[in-house]
Design a protein around this ligand. Structure first.
Ligand SMILES: *Cc1c(COP(=O)(O)O)cnc(C)c1O
Length: 375
């Protein structure tokens, strides 16, 4: 059996080696490492794929979130509502800009922002909502946009884990995640559903004025060369990464479909295990399974992780400590924040290997051992 990994980038590369090698070679030959042809092409390709007018590539997903908040003109003290049950980048940039993260709980079935908590969290200082499409499925964007419109708030989607997923609204409109809020942010970290061979990210918007502002912030606040209108940063997707992404984008739907097959196989295999709750796909969204995450009940999770590791099955806890319990936020004095679902999930989730190159032998092996250890 091929050794099991959480993500197997070697096999994925092997399947398109010639194409990727020649795309990278072309960048080397032209030596236009910064803002080369592939960067503009990729922005255009992604814009077409997502059906959103403006895609601004940048250096990584964390930068994308930071630039989005800067471009919206959020100011120190402004409140930003976001889940605590997420990767730290989402909330870190809020604090970095001296905005105030206001953490709300998640829905135990979807792991995404619990929209019932949303209106209660709004104050006169609230400026934005940052939903996270965690593990690959969309938060309840219809409700989030309704609340945001009613209270005049910006919505920045953290779409780092859900590129390619879509949302169906009650009027029948279908939109890709990352194109629904005012701004969408994504990451091309190698293990993401659309990953490059280093760091990369992008900011997405349908609003031309915002797009202009985002471009300016990402490029030293520059309006024209050597004229700097606002304090910005330097965040670019390099040409080599864009060349890789141009090879991988046409494969994204197939990649997501193969992740979906793995998820279906796992869920069927665990369906009759009373101690395992398999992930649910909410009716408003497709799920692109960036992670396949189980909720365990009455299981010694650490022992399970160790037992699986012993037989060569890696697993991960995403995430062992929610944002509101991170030391980084102790300056916020948050003891009164009560997020029972987040705390409950933090102690019970476990993610199994899922990627685009898993074979049946590996899958059979994994479910056999999980079901054997969890009884
Ligand atoms: C990966 C990730 C990010 C950050 O992306 P980087 O490219 O690593 O900076 C942000 N939010 C979420 C939810 C992520 O999974």
């Amino acid at each position: 059996m091929v050794p099991i990994q959480m993500v197997d980038l070697k096999r994925q590369y092997a399947a398109m080696k010639d194409e990727v090698d020649s795309a990278i070679q072309e960048v080397l030959t032209t030596t236009s490492f910064i803002n080369g042809k592939a960067v503009g092409e990729f922005a255009k390709n992604l814009s077409t794929y997502l059906d959103a007018e403006h895609v601004i590539p940048c250096a990584n997903g964390t930068d994308a979130l930071q630039i989005a908040m800067m471009a919206l003109g959020l100011e120190p003290g402004d409140e930003v509502i976001t889940p605590s049950f997420t990767y730290i980048a989402t909330t870190e940039v809020i604090a970095l800009l001296r905005l105030k993260p206001v953490f709300i709980d998640v829905d135990p079935a979807t792991f995404c922002m619990d929209t019932n908590q949303l209106e209660k969290a709004i104050t006169s200082k609230t400026k934005a909502i940052v939903p996270v499409h965690l593990y690959g499925q969309a938060a309840n964007m219809e409700e989030i946009m309704r609340v945001a419109n009613e209270h005049n708030l910006y919505v920045i989607e953290d779409n780092a884990q859900a590129i390619g997923a879509s949302v169906t609204f009650s009027d029948g409109t279908v939109r890709k995640t990352g194109t629904i809020g005012h701004i969408g942010c994504t990451s091309f970290f190698p293990s993401k559903n659309l990953g490059c061979y280093g760091d990369g990210g992008a900011i997405i918007t349908r609003n031309a004025l915002l797009a202009e502002r985002i471009r300016m912030v990402a490029n030293h606040g520059q309006s024209k060369r050597y004229y700097h209108d606002v304090v910005g940063c330097n965040s670019r997707l390099d040409t080599v990464q864009a060349a890789v992404l141009n090879c991988k984008l046409p494969r994204l739907d197939a990649y997501n479909a193969s992740r979906g097959k793995v998820a279906t196989f796992y869920s069927n295999a665990f369906a009759s295990n009373p101690k395992i709750k398999t992930p649910l796909t909410a009716s408003h969204t497709t799920h692109v399974f960036h992670q396949y995450t189980l909720v365990l009940e009455g299981v010694d999770r650490n022992a399970l992780v160790d037992q699986l590791a012993e037989v060569g099955v890696p697993s991960m806890i995403y995430y062992p400590v929610p944002a509101h319990r991170q030391k980084m936020f102790s300056f916020l004095n948050l003891p009164e924040v009560d997020l029972p679902v987040t705390d409950w999930l933090t102690e019970r989730v476990i993610s199994l290997p899922i990627h685009t190159e898993m074979d049946q032998e590996q899958l059979d092996y994994i479910v056999k051992h999980v079901n054997q250890f969890v009884q």
